[in-house]
Write a new protein. Structure first.
Length: 397
């Protein structure tokens, strides 16, 4: 019996002309899994949603010997192959059945729809932000280049309190309003979709981890094999370190993963600013929800009174204190400051300690998400096996 196919066909998007900055930087869903050594790539259904899609959804390959961005392996300038970080199919557990309703194939369609919906939200948000910037630039021009006055004019126009010259903003404001309405509806749609995933039960236990944030993680971490059309989700990464690298949180040669100008180093780093932004926003959301400060009678926060409301908040506070001690030592040594800043900006021990603590907390959260996703996946495979045994179903070629 053939495996079910997804109604939503995910195909890698056209690669932008500047992809050569880092071929491993698949900003969307274009990165496939690593092929099994010595064999051809095949569907890798050890995790939720890893079900083959029709081969017609595969992106066309480039010329032989010149791997396109998103191929199973990328070759660096030194000739080394760089894996995409997913488990090879031969190392993954196979489902007991491809029948619909067995707890595996059902989620492939759902994950595909989440990824497509997330892509659409990202495009709408970019378009809306571009309109806002253009409208504010128009307002600045009408206020003789005064940025503050231009911003006030835009805010007043958006609130319906604009003077007559604000009428010229009407096309901008109408378009922005349309996008804001669609984005709000899209957020609700994404939350509705992720509620159907088994991982949602765990997500609800994490204070500050919302449905849109989970959809963002799925949208940015999920990839597709262009050869088989298999959807490769969070649970198919060969290790949590591979997931960290996908989201821009890895340690490369003793330093943090980042955008670099050198072509060969860019291959090694494989850094995507958009995916790193997703991880950063998730960490910030968790911190806001899990950390509180005591306040005075006037409602002002008391300095140094932060306390945790959850385990990730506790981790962040402890890690920030540890990093603060390290950063104060760096700040006292000009040579160390020069080593760690890499820019002409003044070194701030507090800011660096905060950024380090946030990065480490994000890695802890992604580790737990990865482990829970795999646990839930295995549980569904066991359930599928039980269903097959009870029904007496068998797989046929």
């Amino acid at each position: 019996m053939t495996a079910p196919t997804s109604a939503f066909r995910l195909v890698p998007e056209p690669v932008s002309p500047d992809w050569h900055r880092t071929p491993l930087q698949a900003r969307d869903i274009g990165k496939p899994s690593a092929q099994a050594e010595g064999g051809e790539a095949s569907a890798c259904p050890n995790s939720i949603g890893a079900t083959p899609l029709p081969k017609s959804s595969s992106r066309k390959r480039g010329a032989v010997g010149s791997p396109a961005p998103g191929d199973a392996h990328q070759v660096s300038a030194t000739g080394r192959k760089k894996s995409t970080g997913h488990l090879s199919c031969e190392n993954q557990a196979k489902p007991a059945s491809g029948n619909s309703g067995d707890g595996v194939g059902d989620h492939a369609d759902l994950i595909a729809e989440i990824v497509q919906s997330w892509r659409q939200r990202v495009r709408w948000l970019k378009a809306k932000n571009a309109l806002v910037l253009q409208a504010k630039a128009f307002c600045r021009a009408m206020r003789d280049g005064d940025k503050a006055a231009g911003t006030k004019m835009f805010d007043d126009a958006k609130a319906g309190n604009a003077p007559l010259d604000g009428i010229a903003l009407e096309p901008f404001l109408q378009s922005i309003e349309i996008f804001e309405g669609r984005l709000s509806a899209q957020n609700k749609h994404l939350e509705k979709l992720v509620r159907q995933l088994p991982i949602h039960a765990w997500m609800k236990t994490v204070k500050g981890f919302g449905g849109v944030s989970l959809a963002a993680m799925i949208g940015d971490a999920t990839t597709i094999d262009p050869e088989t059309g298999a959807i490769l989700d969070i649970g198919t990464y060969k290790s949590v370190s591979a997931l960290w690298k996908r989201m821009g949180l890895a340690v490369i040669d003793g330093g943090r993963q980042r955008k670099v100008a050198d072509a060969e180093l860019a291959l090694i780093h494989g850094y995507s600013p958009s995916r790193r932004s997703t991880a950063w926003n998730l960490a910030r959301s968790i911190i806001k929800a899990q950390i509180r400060a005591d306040k005075t009678g006037d409602g002002e926060k008391i300095k140094g009174s932060n306390h945790a409301l959850g385990p990730y908040g506790e981790f962040y506070i402890a890690e920030k204190a540890r990093q603060m001690a390290i950063c104060e030592v760096i700040a006292a040594d000009p040579d160390l400051v020069k080593k760690y800043t890499r820019t002409a900006k003044k070194y701030s021990a507090k800011a660096h300690a905060n950024n380090r603590a946030m990065r480490h907390m994000a890695k802890r959260l992604l580790r737990d998400l990865y482990l829970e996703w795999r646990r839930v996946s295995l549980r569904h495979e066991e359930h599928a096996t039980q269903l097959v045994s009870a029904r007496g179903d068998t797989n046929h070629a």
